[in-house]
Design a protein around this ligand. Structure first.
Ligand code: GLU
Length: 305
């Protein structure tokens, strides 16, 4: 068993990120598995220098450790996505050869204007209306200047996968998101592609992550299939919500791990609080992640808000 945590260094980690990291770590450690830390820094516009180091420090302060990662190395190095572009380009070549990609020249504005409201998609915005899918090759040639976005053709029909907490999930990617971007306009691999290539190359057997990523999973499964790769088992865990029922995010004023650390709170108090929020400890308990290994059970975190 190999698990992982894959933070994006776009800001400081908050308690929600910490709980997801703790659960992924507990899931791997309670099964005697290895734990990998991978940094997903492809969102260049939002990544700031020093964020990665600060996040690793926060996680270590919390009592988490990893067998492989950017600071400790390992057999699947490098563990930072911006240093893995060649692997993504190779995957894109294989997908192109399989005939599942096309170049897309649409702007965001054109896509929103053309999309029909009833099938509006998820976090990526409205479902892609298919504009460039059937462009004439001479048109493609004429419009190609520098790099263009590449989209993966979402086949009609449903995609089904099993989540170890949520059970069988059925999605229709062609309606939910339409053909989706696997290489951005700037030539960089999109999250959907990079995460698949890396989880496969790093031999990740179990992906434990926040359920905000649930809608991405069917797209990732399509990429696994097109590349002939074996998908991992997925475990989407509930996000820790703020008192207002909203997802935690820095912009909502939630306190970051770094702020907690600098305020002098012991890490055991934070771990205790996170563990209590998923029924692994009593409110007020102070403990470290290793104290929880023996009592961790996936079933305990299911069916919770
Ligand atoms: N890098 C993603 C994030 O921070 C997580 C991706 C994943 O776990 O698949 O939201």
């Amino acid at each position: 068993m190999r698990g992982r945590f894959a933070p994006s260094p776009t800001g400081d980690l908050h308690l929600g990120n910490a709980r997801t990291a703790l659960l992924a770590w507990l899931h791997a450690r309670s099964a005697g598995g290895r734990f990998v830390l991978r940094v997903e820094d492809l969102d260049f516009g939002r990544v700031r220098p020093g964020n990665m180091e600060a996040q690793l420090e926060d996680l270590r302060w919390l009592g988490l450790d990893w067998d492989e990662g950017p600071d400790v190395g390992g057999p699947c190095a490098p563990y930072i996505q911006s240093q893995r572009q060649e692997l993504y380009e190779d995957a894109l070549r294989r997908l192109a050869a399989a005939g599942v990609l096309f170049e897309c020249f649409c702007s965001r504005k054109e896509i929103s204007a053309a999309a029909s409201a009833p099938h509006a998609g998820d976090e990526d915005g409205p479902a892609y209306p298919g504009t460039c899918r059937a462009l004439d090759p001479s048109d493609v040639k004429r419009r190609s200047r520098g790099t263009s976005a590449l989209r993966f053709i979402a086949p009609a029909g449903e995609v089904t996968f099993d989540d170890l907490i949520l059970g069988t999930r059925t999605h229709a990617p062609s309606l939910e998101t339409g053909d989706f971007v696997v290489r951005r306009k700037d030539g960089v691999a999109a999250y959907q592609l990079a995460v698949v290539v890396d989880d496969a190359a790093m031999g990740i057997t179990h992906v434990v992550r926040g359920d905000d990523l649930l809608s991405s999973t069917p797209r990732q499964l399509l990429i696994y299939r097109a590349l002939g790769l074996r998908p991992p088992a997925w475990v989407h865990v509930p996000l820790l919500l703020g008192p207002d029922g909203e997802r935690l995010a820095k912009r909502h004023g939630s306190v970051t791990l770094r702020e907690h650390r600098e305020s002098g709170i012991p890490p055991a108090a934070i771990v205790g609080r996170l563990a209590a929020s998923i029924g692994l400890a009593e409110p007020g308990d102070q403990l470290m992640p290793e104290d929880l290994v023996g009592r961790f059970k996936l079933e305990k975190i299911g069916n919770r808000e």
